[in-house]
Design a protein around this ligand. Structure first.
Ligand SMILES: NC(=O)c1ccc[n+]([C@@H]2O[C@H](COP(=O)([O-])OP(=O)(O)OC[C@H]3O[C@@H](n4cnc5c(N)ncnc54)[C@H](O)[C@@H]3O)[C@@H](O)[C@H]2O)c1
Length: 258
């Protein structure tokens, strides 16, 4: 037994942010299949309720928690609600993010950069600040930050998004090192493009161009499936992952070799 696995609770509960759809919903479903109780956090209350009903219908124990992760009071309330219904969380998946506007970096407004950082970086930080101290006290936890290959390589015309994901990667490394002896492991994953509604902010022709550009760089020449991302996240959220922390896990069809 190592400090990383010795205190795994018998009944595990997980918080997944941005879980109303896409990658977050797939991660929620995959963790539920591993027997975890799942708090689905998202600011889109309508879609969240549908997602929770779909997972419940498959036999999962889920709680839908409408929350805007940019607001610390919301986050604290969401955590209290989640703990009351499902017990102390031993897993946090920081998945909620926005893409922001597409455009030349030199024309970007500071407000737009702040909007993207508010969700993608400060939102994830606030969730960690609310949830992780309890894990540290209990001596066990798994945190998975959903970053992006954009954070390693930069995406043209999406500088705020790419920079926010680079910040999340870096935050993962810092926090992972800080908590390395506590039993709480902090890792991140860096998927290449997945065909989800994150691109809905673009019109159809912008979206087609972007997708062609993104896929061209993926040696496997396809989108990653949300279930594939969820599979990697599930291992990182489990006790089976015991000697990796502050690490960046690639899932990019061969695009990133690091
Ligand atoms: N789709 C891709 O190509 C891709 C590639 C690499 C990484 N990612 C990352 O995967 C994660 C999920 O992406 P997705 O494609 O499923 O996106 P998505 O847009 O389908 O889902 C994101 C969810 O986050 C929620 N959200 C946004 N802001 C929020 C806030 N302030 N508070 C609470 N919830 C909020 C949205 O309502 C939405 O349900 C993101 O971190 C994204 O950056 C996506």
């Amino acid at each position: 037994m190592t400090p990383s696995d010795s205190r795994e609770p018998a009944q595990r509960s997980a918080i997944v942010t941005g879980a109303a759809r896409g990658i977050g919903l797939a991660i929620g479903a995959r963790l539920a299949a591993d027997g975890m109780l799942i708090a689905l956090w998202d600011r889109d209350a309508g879609q969240l309720e549908e997602a929770a009903q779909a997972l419940s219908a498959q036999g999962a124990t889920v709680l839908a928690v409408p929350v805007d992760i940019t607001d610390r009071a919301h986050v604290d309330r969401a955590l209290a609600q989640s703990m009351e219904a499902l017990g102390q969380p031993s897993v946090l998946v920081n998945n909620a993010a926005i893409l922001g506007r597409s455009g030349p970096t030199l024309d970007a407004s500071l407000d737009e950069w702040k909007r993207v950082f508010d969700v993608n970086v400060f939102g994830a930080l606030q969730c960690a600040q609310a949830v992780v101290p309890g894990m540290v006290r209990r001596g066990y936890g798994r945190v998975v930050n959903v970053a992006s290959i954009a954070g390693k390589e930069g995406n043209p015309f999406a500088a705020a998004y790419a920079a926010s994901k680079a910040a999340l990667i870096s935050m993962t490394k810092s926090l992972g090192k800080e908590l390395a002896e506590t039993g709480v492991l902090v890792n991140c994953i860096t998927p290449s493009a997945a065909d989800t509604d994150i691109f809905a902010v673009y019109d159809q022709s912008q979206r087609a161009q972007l997708e062609a550009r993104l896929l061209e760089r993926v040696p496997m020449k396809r989108f990653v499936r949300v279930e594939e991302v969820a599979e990697m996240a599930a291992w990182l959220c489990s006790v089976r992952c015991s000697f990796s922390t502050g690490a960046v896990f690639d899932i990019s069809g061969g695009r990133a070799m690091y």
